[in-house]
Design a protein around this ligand. Structure first.
Ligand SMILES: NC(=O)C1=CN([C@@H]2O[C@H](COP(=O)(O)OP(=O)(O)OC[C@H]3O[C@@H](n4cnc5c(N)ncnc54)[C@H](OP(=O)(O)O)[C@@H]3O)[C@@H](O)[C@H]2O)[C@@H](O)CC1
Ligand SMILES: Nc1ncnc2c1ncn2[C@@H]1O[C@H](COP(=O)(O)OP(=O)(O)O)[C@@H](O)[C@H]1O
Ligand SMILES: [K+]
Length: 585
């Protein structure tokens, strides 16, 4: 699933209209219909008592994002089936249920007629939706949706932010159609609007054409909608949000559902915007995905389908019947100091659980006797150093140990030491295998002009959290968080590295200029050592022959999934520890 900026979206719109000859009004019609269907689905969900995301999916339709957990069920090939199953499940979109919900062998009846179930609502008479209409195309989408809602028997009242005569182009056509259908309309500031009397609000004020903080009537309508306590469904993006960065201008809509049109917008994946969008449903409006591919849209949501098809990852993690420990690669982990030996242990254990054949943990000599037996499957190697710390002189031993290993991971619990820049440079220039760089090794890198180091034949994966990224990019942490996708794309391309920018919705960016945004995981994972586990997983996958981008993307995805599974076993996200994630892998 592609993730676009407002500019990319405009270009794809333009190509669809000009190259394919599909009229803009047709796209707007599709958008309006999709929004109306999702509002009806939301009404069904609410009538059913609301509840879990599963109940939401059952209320009709299921997006690709809803299928992102399918690896969890251990049925990697289920993508298409699960989506269809969701779409035609109980209360679902379409009337395919009329053909029988049974498996193969169930015969359809001889004669059947089915209708537009997605635009039908049993208790429509109980619903009354306010449609807040901006004067751009977002407002046009809202007007088209209003007509479909009215057709479904739902009462609608249009609330224009600006005089209806000020709408132009396709939005003006929609305004004329709505007026011709006799849809009741109010103009904010001129007519009284009773938010208390409605059952829900469609926010079609501002979309991808929005610039800066909402002004005038827009700001007042947003504040009134939020203050009403009624559920809000947003068209394309919640009004007030920056479509690219997810920055929330004041005021901005707090939506229960966002019906994103054509392609996922970057701002819906980046915080704080991601938190204001509620359930995000991406609906096709007739713009082919092939256009996004051909135009080189660089960002995608990381789904099992993207892992399988675009990144060519064998997500089933098949093992050869004749395989042995030599088949699955050997990881060297250079990590741990006296006060942070656990970081090295966590990374090493995670590499084993990720399925590699062998792991050697190189650590300061003094520590070795204390960790014997901590993980009996590990091999330990004393790397020298003094008093449980690393020293510049240990580089030669790490280089010797790395020879013949398939990957070296360096950094967790490493600490800083005299000459650490030259130490890391020796590893960078001398290790003839992929290198995963994390934690203090990233801080060492940030203090070095590593662009002048000899270029490597083998890939480098950097795994910074936002603080480490800030040091690498010489920005503040707030600046890093302002547009994580944009920054990750730029940094990875300019520095020729695979970058894993961690945190909620981790971004994996490639030296070739692509980015993948992960949505597995949860806030309970913000606890010490969880990043060390990720480093181990990525190294373990690299050792098994995955390339840098495959290992980074699949590693981040599995790490989040294991975090979710670990919490289910423990029942409380706050109780999660890094070791639980290793056990849940
Ligand atoms: N084929 C298509 O075109 C398709 C379009 N699609 C839909 O169109 C949406 C994009 O439409 P868009 O480009 O017309 O911009 P939109 O978001 O409606 O806002 C522009 C209006 O808002 C105003 N305005 C701006 N900032 C403001 C502020 N801070 N505070 C107050 N007002 C502000 C601005 O006024 P101005 O500044 O010009 O006076 C202008 O009137 C997109 O999100 C999707 O929903 C899809 O269905 C796909 C097909
Ligand atoms: N809110 C969140 N949602 C999803 N994942 C998260 C969240 N907070 C943290 N994580 C994940 O937890 C890990 C924390 O890594 P890091 O900050 O390096 O921890 P440490 O240095 O203690 O090992 C990262 O993989 C990060 O993406
Ligand atoms: K909107």
């Amino acid at each position: 699933m592609y993730v676009v900026t407002a500019e990319e979206m405009r270009e794809l719109d333009r190509q669809t209209i000009e190259r394919l000859g599909i009229p803009a009004i047709a796209l707007m019609e599709n958008a309006g219909r999709a929004i109306a269907e999702e509002i009806i689905r939301f009404c069904r969900y609410q009538a059913g008592g609301g509840g879990t995301p599963a109940a939401w999916n059952q209320a009709g339709g299921a997006s690709e994002a809803a299928g992102t957990r399918e690896l969890e069920r251990g049925d990697a090939g289920a993508a298409g089936r699960s989506r269809n199953g969701g779409a035609y499940g109980p209360g679902g979109r379409g009337d395919a249920g009329a053909l029988g919900s049974g498996g193969p062998g169930v015969q359809p009846p001889g004669f059947s007629v089915s209708g537009d179930a997605a635009l039908t609502l049993e208790h429509a008479g109980a619903e009354h939706w306010l449609v807040l209409v901006g004067k751009g195309n977002n407002g046009g989408d809202g007007l088209a949706a209003a007509r479909h809602l009215r057709e479904a028997g739902i009462a609608v009242t249009l609330v224009y932010a600006a005089a209806p005569e000020s709408l132009a182009g396709e939005a003006a056509l929609q305004q004329n159609a709505a007026a011709a259908m006799g849809l009741p309309a109010a103009v904010y500031g001129r007519d009284r609007v009773d938010f208390a009397a409605c059952s829900g609000i469609l926010d079609a004020l501002l979309g991808t054409g929005s610039a800066g903080a909402p002004r005038g009537a827009y700001a007042e309508l947003i504040a009134a909608a939020n203050g009403s306590g009624k559920p809000i469904v947003s068209a394309d993006i919640p009004s007030g949000l920056d479509a690219d960065t997810g920055r929330a201008h004041e005021p901005y809509i707090h939506a229960a559902v966002t019906v994103c049109l054509a392609f996922l917008k970057r701002g819906l994946l980046q915080y704080p915007g991601a938190a204001s969008a509620g359930q995000v449903v991406v609906r096709s409006i007739g713009i082919p995905a092939a256009l996004a591919r051909e135009s080189g849209v660089p960002a995608s949501l990381l789904t099992p389908e993207v892992l399988r098809t675009r990144l060519q990852v064998d997500v089933s993690r098949r093992r050869s019947p004749e395989g042995h420990k030599g088949t699955y690669g050997h990881v060297l982990v250079a990590a741990g100091t006296l006060s942070m030996s656990g970081a090295g242990l966590l990374a090493s254990r995670a590499a084993l659980r990720a399925g590699c054949g062998l792991v050697t943990w190189a650590l300061p000599t003094m520590l070795l006797p204390y960790v014997i037996g901590a993980a009996p499957e590990l091999m330990l190697a004393a790397a020298g150093g003094e008093n449980g710390a690393w020293s510049a002189g240990t580089a030669a031993e790490v280089l010797r140990l790395s020879s013949g290993r398939d990957v070296t991971a360096v950094g967790p619990g490493l600490g800083r030491f005299e000459g650490d820049g030259e130490w890391l440079r020796a590893l960078w220039e001398g290790i003839e295998a992929p290198l995963v760089i994390d934690a203090d090794a990233l801080n060492i890198l940030a203090d070095s002009e590593y662009g002048s180091w000899a270029s490597r034949r083998h890939p480098v994966i950097l795994t910074p959290h936002p603080g480490e990224m800030a040091r690498l990019a010489r920005l503040s942490t707030a600046e890093v968080q302002r547009d994580r996708i944009g920054l990750a794309l730029t940094y990875a391309r300019e520095h020729g590295v695979t970058l894993v920018l961690k945190g909620a919705h981790t971004v994996i960016a490639t030296p070739e200029g692509e980015a993948y945004v992960n949505i597995t995981g949860h806030p309970g994972m913000g606890t010490g050592g969880v990043g060390d586990v990720l480093t181990g997983i990525i190294a373990g996958l690299l050792a098994q022959g995955l390339n840098a981008v495959q290992a980074a993307a699949f590693g981040v995805y599995l790490h989040g999934l294991a975090g979710e599974r670990a919490v289910r076993l423990r029942h409380d996200p706050a109780a999660l520890t890094a070791g639980d994630i290793i056990e849940a892998l």
